[in-house]
Design a protein around this ligand. Structure first.
Ligand code: MG
Length: 274
């Protein structure tokens, strides 16, 4: 593959008090005009990657997630293998970028990391076939489906999955319609690999998931679809650092900080603390 044919690597970052769109090129980021959906134009100055604070590469329109999409993970939590994609959503306020801290609310009990591949939708799609689904994908990023495991006993998963900061995304978007099946995802907790798998072990493919969702809801540019986590989920505590690395994309890194403060509002909602 020539250099020209390599997928572009899109990011957003803040420098000198301003927000820029950029294309990562080796150890440099070239600033570009326009946005990721309408196309780029021009290429102005460059910044060294090492000195940048990446923002989430997009502000998601919606955040879709798929539960139980790797056999190993289904088994470790002692669930049945799903017959069709198990879909849920996170609020967009869960989104943070690489390098941002994630608060671990102590009152929520156990909080887990879940390293995942995120597909980013680039063109609207409704009732799309599996064969055509990937043509609506703009690219891929790393995602951490942070989960308050003890709260999954709620009747739905909105609270368990929906805390502010429970959806780290980044550091960039690899612009390509399809990830190689043998691309590897690795999650590290404080530098130690705790999840490792390839996308060939997904129960439902990205194309199948997109086709499934689009049968009932319109997918829009900026929709993020987190495609499920491999075996090896586990708890995080304040002071931990979680990295989600995907071949060809990069590493999403987030420090976790303990949040022992319980507000009066939380106290009244929880009751258990009274
Ligand atoms: Mg998940």
């Amino acid at each position: 593959m020539s250099i020209r044919e390599e997928p572009q690597r899109y990011c957003r970052f803040k420098a000198d008090g301003k927000i820029y769109n950029g294309l990562v090129r080796g150890k440099m980021v070239d600033i570009v005009d326009g946005d990721i959906f309408s196309g780029f134009s021009g290429m102005r100055m460059s910044y060294p990657v090492d000195h940048l604070k990446f923002l989430p590469p997009i502000t998601p329109t919606k955040i879709w997630c798929v539960g139980r999409n790797y056999l190993g993970h289904v088994k470790e939590l002692d669930h049945d293998v799903p017959k069709e994609p198990l879909i849920f959503m996170k609020p967009v306020t869960a989104t943070v970028g690489s390098g941002d801290s994630v608060r671990v609310p102590e009152w929520a009990g156990r909080v887990d990391y879940e390293g995942e591949l995120a597909a980013i939708i680039g063109r609207p799609c409704r009732k799309v076939s599996e064969a055509d689904a990937l043509s609506h994908v703009l690219g891929y990023s790393c995602f951490n489906d942070v989960t308050a495991r003890d709260l999954q006993t709620d009747n739905n998963w909105i609270r368990a999955k929906g805390f502010d900061g429970f959806g780290p995304l980044g550091p960039l978007i690899l612009i390509t319609e399809e990830m190689p099946d043998d691309a590897r995802i690795t999650t590290r907790l404080n530098g130690v690999a705790v999840q490792q798998d390839t996308f060939s072990n997904m129960i439902f493919s990205v194309a199948r998931i997109i086709s499934f969702i689009s049968a009932f809801a319109t997918l829009e540019p900026g929709d993020v679809i987190a495609t499920g986590t491999p075996e090896g989920v586990g708890p995080v505590r304040g002071g931990d650092r979680v990295e989600v690395e995907i071949d060809g994309i990069g590493t999403l890194t987030n420090p976790f900080i303990s949040d022992s403060e319980v507000t009066q509002t939380e106290r009244s909602v929880l009751r258990i603390l009274d």
